[in-house]
Ligand binder design. Structure first.
Ligand code: ADP
Ligand code: MG
Length: 463
């Protein structure tokens, strides 16, 4: 009984420190707008948001025509893809793709080896191009390159790698132009192809979303990490010192995972997770929201309850002390368990954490912890989206019945339905019933690959 009282005490405390009351979310959204503005003013403003210029000033219109390739590199797999675009009427005539996994030694080897590996897979893929794809006489094949690592973009088709993330570590690529590296590797393969667009996955998702729906104004990724991009007025970007693009628009990669606000409910669990992470002090918002971290926060909470209230027995289960052992898909499986005796929770606790024979009451408590952690993440993400809508002036009722669509991609949003439902509900609460009727979040399943091919088309050398 003493144990249970102590455990309930910890849960009650959790509910307090993880709370995200709606007024606080509003304050955060306002701070998001301020940080966006600061980041757009100068790279030296000290804003937590980098607000990177993507050099994408034309998004797909639906009129794109021809054969285009894309390469999507951003995790342990990369994808090569080709599309035949048929213009306004025929649209996406045909698409084909192939997924290639990157051998671990390539992820931590040399730069030449990585790009040779990629270019060779691409050359093999090009060799299988069939009759349904047509390249006009005398033209070079063109490629959109989705490269989801931090890049200092220097034009639509060039950019220098700032640093590797997500398990890649290839020292000699850092600081180099990744398009130049890829181009040299394609030449070594005898592959005649030109990279006309270098983008990250948020920009690709935005482009792919826009192709399907002209009301798309922003894209959000909720997967392993989190990020957002949106369409800004070029004259609202003081730090842009180039010519104003004829479209008057510029796509901004917010790098919002690094957002900081005094109103973020940062707990001791978040502080210690951050302190022990590979990038302490960075990506604080991402560490409270995204798929790489939610399960780990739950593990840290359960460990503390186990230590203070012995809910898993006198001895703290050793596996509960292993960082990142409890992944977000495990958490999500437990959270969605609808069986009366919480069978799935029992199975996950046993298989993942080696904890058996847990009473139903304790299993319920575990689900409760998942609920607190997931909902905080979903509500914080909703506040960020609300901030973007405010920046765009789309947070109020639109007079001309203007729709606002946000293209969404990522395994967390796609598979963790309690998370995504909570996000949608919270955004509706923030916007109010009337304004929210013109705002839609649209799941753009893997739109970033097609998006890159479309951007290769809208930035073609033949236009
Ligand atoms: P990435 O973000 O690496 O490009 P995805 O968009 O496919 O890849 O997202 C993968 C992430 O989504 C995983 O790291 C995991 O955190 C999360 N995820 C995948 N499946 C689930 C699930 N069933 N429940 C909750 N989260 C999931
Ligand atoms: Mg992805």
């Amino acid at each position: 009984a003493g144990r249970r009282a102590r455990a309930l005490g910890v849960i009650e405390e959790l509910e307090g420190i993880f709370a995200t009351p709606i007024e606080r979310l509003r304050l955060m959204a306002d701070e998001m707008v301020e940080e966006m503005q600061r980041g757009l003013t100068s790279d030296l403003s000290g804003s937590s948001l980098k607000m990177i210029l993507s050099y994408v000033d034309k998004l797909p219109t639906g009129d794109e025509k021809g054969l285009f390739y894309a390469l999507d590199l951003g995790g342990t797999n990369f994808r090569v893809l080709r599309v035949q675009l048929g213009g306004r009427e025929a649209r996406l005539v045909k698409q084909e793709y192939e997924e290639v996994s990157i051998p671990p030694h390539i992820m931590v080897g040399g730069s030449i080896e990585l790009f040779d590996f990629i270019a060779s897979a691409l050359a093999n893929f090009v060799a299988t191009e069939g009759e349904d794809f047509h390249l006009p006489e005398g033209r070079q094949r063109e490629l959109g390159f989705t490269f989801s690592f931090p890049v200092k973009q220097t034009s639509i088709s060039s950019g220098n790698l700032i640093k590797w993330t997500k398990g890649f570590s290839i020292e000699d690529t850092v600081g180099k132009d990744v398009v130049a590296e890829l181009t040299k590797a394609m030449e070594r393969q005898g592959l005649d192809m030109r990279v006309t667009a270098l983008v990250n996955d948020t920009i690709g998702t935005l482009a792919g979303g826009r192709y399907g729906d002209q009301d798309v104004v922003a894209a959000v990724i909720l997967g392993t990490g989190t990020n957002a991009a949106y369409v800004e007025h070029a004259n609202a970007i003081p730090k842009w010192d180039g010519l104003l693009p004829s479209s008057g628009k510029m796509v901004i990669n917010m790098e919002w995972g690094n957002f900081r606000s005094k109103d973020l409910p940062i707990t001791d669990y978040d502080r210690s997770l951050d302190f022990e992470s590979l990038n302490p002090g960075e990506q604080i918002y991402e560490k409270m929201i995204s798929g790489m971290y939610l399960g780990e926060i739950v593990r840290r909470v359960l460990l503390r309850i186990a230590q203070e209230a012995s809910i898993f027995g006198e001895v703290v289960p050793p596996r509960l002390e292993v960082p990142f052992i409890l992944r977000t898909p495990h958490m999500s499986a437990m959270h969605h368990d609808t069986s009366p005796d919480l069978k799935i929770v029992a199975a996950k606790l046993k298989d993942v954490l080696g904890i058996a024979n847990i009473p139903l009451q304790t299993r319920k408590m575990v689900v409760g912890v998942c609920d607190i952690v997931a909902k905080r993440g979903a509500r914080l993400a909703a506040a960020g989206i609300y901030g973007i809508l405010k920046k765009l002036g789309r947070d109020t009722v639109q007079t001309e019945k203007q729709k606002t669509v946000i293209a969404m991609d990522g395994g967390l949003y796609e598979h963790y339905s309690i998370f995504s439902e909570c996000l949608v509900d919270t955004l509706r609460e923030l916007l109010g019933e009337e304004a929210s009727s013109s705002v839609v979040i649209k799941l753009a399943n893997d739109g970033s690959g097609i998006g890159a091919a479309l951007l290769a088309a809208s930035h073609s050398q033949y236009l």
